[in-house]
Design a protein around this ligand. Structure first.
Ligand SMILES: Nc1ncnc2c1ncn2[C@@H]1O[C@H](COP(=O)(O)OP(=O)(O)OP(=O)(O)O)[C@@H](O)[C@H]1O
Length: 211
């Protein structure tokens, strides 16, 4: 087992969002996080990645095991695609960026600066960074936003290869990624009491009135 989570309670800002979250992840396994908007998928991923401390519960994984890819691309706009990947490879003590360029078909864009890429191209570069972290557990928040069908399939193939090599992934997504072996964890039952599980149009005075 590479990740074990037991009775975890997570907060975002001052508010408790999740309580009692319990699951485990093995080598070679992918877990798809499901739940409506606002349920707490990002909050859980941030807690797993160590960006937000848990309120209580147990969270165990090897130190520096998790590579977190957030909603935002987090690229260096002035650097080229190659320079961005080298920058991150250096930080993670890796050397070879070729597999990352290849996996996301980035060679034709290699000398373009990140700031002048399209949204989908930026996303591909952002995901390519996972391959230069050398980290075994990928925690991914809506990784396919802005990707077209071909690149969504490309991303799924990269995840499959990562799993086949003994890596693991936990992925928040609203779409079907086409990962047949992945398990699903619906976090709705873990939404903390008193916090709405979903945004509803009826709760929004502007949108509610417009319907
Ligand atoms: N920066 C923040 N400060 C305080 N509360 C926040 C912040 N960001 C999100 N929240 C709240 O935390 C709760 C969980 O949000 P979170 O982003 O984890 O949900 P999610 O399941 O990832 O949603 P989505 O599917 O819309 O991405 C929501 O009630 C949300 O309003």
């Amino acid at each position: 087992m590479v990740l074990s989570v037991s009775d975890l309670a997570c907060a975002r800002g001052p508010a408790q969002v999740l309580a009692g979250v319990t699951f485990s992840l093995d080598r070679g396994e992918a877990l798809i996080l499901r739940g409506p908007n606002g349920a707490g998928k990002t909050t859980l991923l941030r807690t797993l990645a160590g960006l937000t401390p848990p309120i209580r519960g147990r969270l165990s994984h090897a130190e520096d095991a998790i590579a977190y890819a957030a909603h935002a691309d987090g690229l260096k706009a002035q650097l080229t695609v190659t320079e961005n990947l080298r920058f991150w490879a250096d930080i993670f003590g890796q050397h070879d960026i070729e597999p990352a360029l290849l996996a996301f078909a980035l060679h034709p864009l290699a000398e373009r600066t990140a700031g002048e890429l399209s949204a989908g191209q930026k996303r591909r570069l952002s995901l390519a960074r996972l391959l230069v972290t050398g980290r075994p557990i990928w925690a991914l928040d809506e990784p396919t936003v802005s990707l077209d069908t071909e690149n969504t399939a490309r991303f799924a193939a990269v995840v499959e290869t990562h799993l086949a090599r003994g890596g693991s992934a936990i992925i928040a997504t609203h779409i079907d990624l086409g990962l047949p072996s992945a398990r699903t964890l619906d976090i709705t039952p873990y939404v903390a009491k008193g916090i709405p599980a979903a945004d509803t149009l009826a709760d929004d005075p502007f949108l509610g009135a417009a319907l």
